[in-house]
Design a protein around this ligand. Structure first.
Ligand code: TYD
Ligand code: MG
Length: 434
């Protein structure tokens, strides 16, 4: 029987005054990974269903196997059901990861009834199904991976999680544009959705909860993919800035906040001036192409910089994706730095949101960002006018992009020449009256 989508134990009952509602029963169980515990608000809850979604190759099976091994080492029986890889392949990986624990059980299974029977037989506390797109409920006449089959399988597994009081982690593949039907259709059927992100050519991996019935979704977990699997990362800024070449034009360090977590990211820009023919090429990686277009329009129209017809490439180094609007000013400075060939001082971080008039707006969590910059050894920051003082950092508060460019030695009200052009930086706006 496939029941309605429900989370952990939710019977019908009489209404009671809100203050007298009994507290939610089950505490989460620590996973042994500080980073996973951070994102899940303490670990996985017995009876719950979690989806771990990510692109192929990002490391979902690796993370899941490590979590299963840690559960087994911490006295909780774990069961890993692999429909994608043979048990021998999973065992091979487990050897590499040092995950051959006595109470970690492994089966190749793509039939949901078989999976449920194994759960009933072994009574594990933690179960992995790898992946939800490759298992199927036999009596549902749809192929594995179809929306119908993925939903039917997830509902059956949700019932099993409740009936056998175990936490089940479903692995789901999503494609780069997030479009694959299966996992997205699952989001409202599961208690928790964890997204696992990162560029497979880089070591950093980011874990975030995009839905969580048992806690906030604002925490970010960070891992490094190494030979021995995924390891928790404490100093992500150090990892991200390791390859930076201080003094290179077009490079700016941006103190970003993702969820609650501060991270220093290097933004890079390369401007190839004057291709002339309209429709100049723009290419971004890890930064928002729409924001870049807006910034180029501001730099071109408000500050008369020759960027509108230039080819512009921008990226966030290290495989990070920047969703933070506070990156605007840093990105604009990176573009101008590349355009002028002048490096931004290497001890300086830059943040601020930019408006269409070229004004610099306040960013959230300014203290947290700047504290991380101090911790990582930066000495100066170019920030919005409202930013608070912080010990160890010399702040230049700016109200416009032009003031920021002046602060990093690239002109502002006074024009600077871009190499090979007759144009430079000017601020066309009139000074405020009075
Ligand atoms: P995998 O967990 O198979 O990804 P997914 O299940 O999301 O498709 O891991 C994919 C990559 O991780 C693989 O290409 C190799 C790399 N990897 C390591 O670098 N170190 C390791 O210890 C392991 C197990 C994998
Ligand atoms: Mg896998």
């Amino acid at each position: 029987m496939v029941s309605a989508p429900q989370s952990v134990q939710r019977p019908n009952g009489p209404a009671v005054p809100i203050a007298e509602v009994p507290e939610a029963g089950r505490p989460p169980r620590s996973t042994g990974s500080q980073e996973v515990d951070r994102v899940t608000n303490g670990g996985f809850v017995a009876g719950s269903l979690t989806l771990l979604a990510g692109e192929p190759g990002v490391g979902k099976s690796t993370l899941a196997l490590q979590l299963a091994a840690q559960a087994a080492q911490r006295g909780q029986r774990a069961l890993y059901l692999s429909a994608e890889e043979s048990p021998a392949q999973v065992q091979q990986r487990a050897k590499r990861l040092g995950a051959l624990c006595p109470d970690l059980w492994l089966a190749g299974a793509n039939d949901v009834d078989t999976i449920v029977a194994e759960i009933a037989r072994l009574e594990p506390g933690f179960v992995i199904v790898d992946s939800i797109q490759t298992v199927a409920v036999a009596e549902v006449a749809a192929t594995a991976g179809s929306v119908t089959q993925v939903r039917a399988s997830a509902l059956r597994l949700a019932d099993a999680a409740r009936a056998h009081d175990c936490a089940i982690l479903l692995i789901g593949h999503v494609t780069k544009d997030g479009s694959l039907a299966g996992p997205r259709q699952l989001e409202h059927l599961v208690d928790t959705v964890l997204n696992f992100e990162g560029d497979r050519h880089h070591a950093l991996r980011l874990l975030r909860a995009v839905k969580h019935r048992f806690g906030p979704t604002s925490e970010l977990g960070l891992f490094e993919m190494v030979q021995g699997g995924l390891v928790d990362v404490e100093d992500a800024s150090g990892l991200l800035l390791a390859d930076r070449r201080p003094g290179a034009a077009g490079s700016v360090v941006f103190p970003m906040v993702d969820g609650q977590r501060p991270l220093l990211v290097e933004l890079q820009s390369l401007v190839v001036s004057g291709s002339g023919s309209g429709g100049a090429r723009r290419s971004v990686e890890g930064v928002d192409g729409g924001r870049l277009a807006l910034l180029l329009a501001v730099l071109g129209r408000v500050f008369e910089l020759p960027v509108l017809s230039a080819e512009v490439y921008c990226l966030a180094a290290g495989g990070v994706t920047v969703h933070d609007p506070g990156a605007d000013l840093a990105l604009a400075c990176a573009v101008v730095s590349s355009l002028t060939g002048k490096a931004v001082p290497s001890d300086t971080v830059i943040c601020g949101e930019v408006g269409l008039g070229g004004e610099v707006r306040t960013v959230r969590h300014a203290e947290r960002r700047l504290a991380e910059a101090v911790r990582a050894g930066f000495r100066r920051a170019v920030v919005p006018a409202t930013s608070p003082d912080i010990a160890g950092l010399s702040l230049t508060r700016v109200g416009t992009v032009g003031e920021a460019l002046l602060a990093i030695g690239m002109g502002g009200p006074r024009p600077v020449r871009a190499p090979g052009t007759a144009e430079g930086v000017t601020d066309r706006r009139q000074p405020a009256a009075g």
